[in-house]
Design a protein around this ligand. Sequence first.
Ligand code: GUN
Ligand code: ZN
Length: 458
Amino acid sequence: MTTPIYPARLTAYRHCAHSRLSTSLPMTDEILLTGRVLSFDASPFDVPAQSAARLHEAVLIRNGRIAAVGDLAGLADRAPRAQRVDHGKAVICAGFIDAHAHYPQTGIIASWGKRLIDWLETYTFPEEGRFGDPAYAAGVAERYLDLTLSHGTTTIASFCTVHSASVEALFAAAQRRGQRVAAGKTCMDRNAPPGLRDTAQSAYDESRALIARWHGAGRLSYAITPRFAPTSTPEQLEALGALWQEHPDCLMQTHLSEQGEEIAWVKSLYPAARDYLDVYEAHGLLGRRGLFGHAIHLEPRERARLAEVGAALIHCPTSNTFIGSGLFEIGRRVAEGQRLGLATDTGGGSSFSMLRTMAATYEIGQLTGTALHPAQLMWLATAGSASALHMGDCIGNVAPGLDADLVVLDLASTPAIAQRSARAETLWEALFPTIMMGDDRAVREVRIAGRPVRSAIS
Ligand code: GUN
Ligand code: ZN
């Protein structure tokens, strides 16, 4: 029987308009997964958190998409020949969506002891310099996708490096896996080592060529990617703003107001700007499909403008603590009506795991006066990030019409977690220890477009 955590009707999603599932994928026919299937009817920030979600007994997958969710008897009647996979008491939910990552920083994750600017110069830039080599880029792209998949992440928005080869490598690896990825060439034409610098013109030309080649190819989409204001001249920001205007269905991803020193630097480089956000806006780089990583230390005008435009603030909690950037005040941002996504920010972030990211979100919420409900954490890592990436009509929930990108979570994956979840009286009480203490051992199965994936690492 379907257990309504609350009585609202499950939304029937319109057919995924964003892009088609690749027809080169072997189609899965019909699969009936049973377990504790978790879906959202509404945002748990808009309605009482517990009442935003619903539990079902089963999910029916047909040709890579979710055909139905509901009680087992009803779905078994509907699809008597479906392959059955029983996950018992495990939770089946939407695959996690990491709305801001740097796949080229995989190899330097957890590098000790620096503030943002010298962390970039000491660890990040030397590593990113290696991605002009297509073979190196391909190797890291595969490793990165293996690692994220083994942690239950099925969709990523990633920065690449200045080299087009780094974008090619990530998109090609994702395409082979049938995986949804948004990514872009990271543009920098100043304040970076010579080997990592492009120009205003080459950033425009190369990004444009990559858009033509990859944007909308299967499940791939392009994100125009100025790294952040300090590493771009006004001319480069202008060129990328023009490119976005020519391709308004692309995402635009960058960084905003992460650390005090960075904000002061932006002020000195762009003295005429009203604030950091104004630098982007003045160059055509503020819009609804804009993704602003970190966005911790915002002025009132910036907050009002971001909410007005409907751009997304991407919360990167493990990075914000690891690099010492500050505490993102999620309760206040929610109250302002900001669009929010959640992200690891690998490798400034100290994890590949969206479970760990949810735990850090909870902890920072506590430090800033907001105790987030587990439903809110799960929503942020799935439907919230999907909405930030404007992919909510394809992914981020377990609902008819969406892609069957799913993760199965074992709520007793370690002795420490098992002994706590064993005494739980509600789903949320059972799930919360996995959110707070879980890692890739909690990820029992991952499906992309209905197909189970096995990463090389797990
Ligand atoms: N700001 C500009 N580039 C970066 C980066 O690679 N990581 C983080 N955390 N912040 C940045
Ligand atoms: Zn970042």
